[in-house]
Design a protein around this ligand. Sequence first.
Ligand SMILES: [Fe+2]
Length: 270
Amino acid sequence: MSLDNLAQKKADFFTQGWCQFESDPSLLNWIESALPVAQSLVIDPDNAKWLRCGDTWFAGVNILPNANDGSVGSGSALGGDAVNFIAQALGLSEFDWDKAQVSICYPGYPQRMSIEKEAAFKFRRDRDAAHVDGLLPEGPNRRRFLREWHGFVLAIPLLDYDNDASPFVIWEGSHEVVRGAFESLFLNHSPEDWSSIDVTERYHNTRQKILDTCRRVEIVAKPGEAYLVHRLALHGVAPWKASQDSICKQRMICYFRPETGVIEQWLNAP
Ligand SMILES: [Fe+2]
């Protein structure tokens, strides 16, 4: 990547909360080893438990058996422009890649689940199930706590898909709104206590403010391309709108969310 291109990507990433990378031979190489493994995981009956939303979403969390360097089987390690950008712009290079999520949406996403309350389903359908990773709901009252503090989200599409086949959605600039909201919430607490603070109200208020004020953008990328999402950005998945006549019958993306540091960095790193 040229220095100009790197500077532009950095500007995009830190103002919008995401940036996209052009087609990269090293990622195409990686997909050659990852795709067949991902496809075999999806048809393995043991993995039927990952089907959600009336079988229109295969969640596949941490399911890809990649090594710490991102390689799958005897394939190549993760590398190329996106990985170089993560090292240069975020200063992150000495970390282990987590086992990737293999997330697949199918025509009709989302269908209502029997365990899903009407309001939750409507939020999924009408608001793209907008969320910030790591602030997880727990218990019958779905109280939220900061449970995971990864460094970023790297998305790698494994197959071509239509623009309206449940693309990833991000609210631009939302990472700084989330940062501001949680800086003031955690201000007088030591980082070792952050995980035990109930953040439910702050999370809901902040999410609504973002939905009301930030620009909603759908991201589409082809195999070989990738996009990087800021760990604090509000994001989600759009409903499937592709026509029944389309040859596109699934939208398959690998997401890496490696833990790259301590809890303070979730809030304070760039
Ligand atoms: Fe997410």
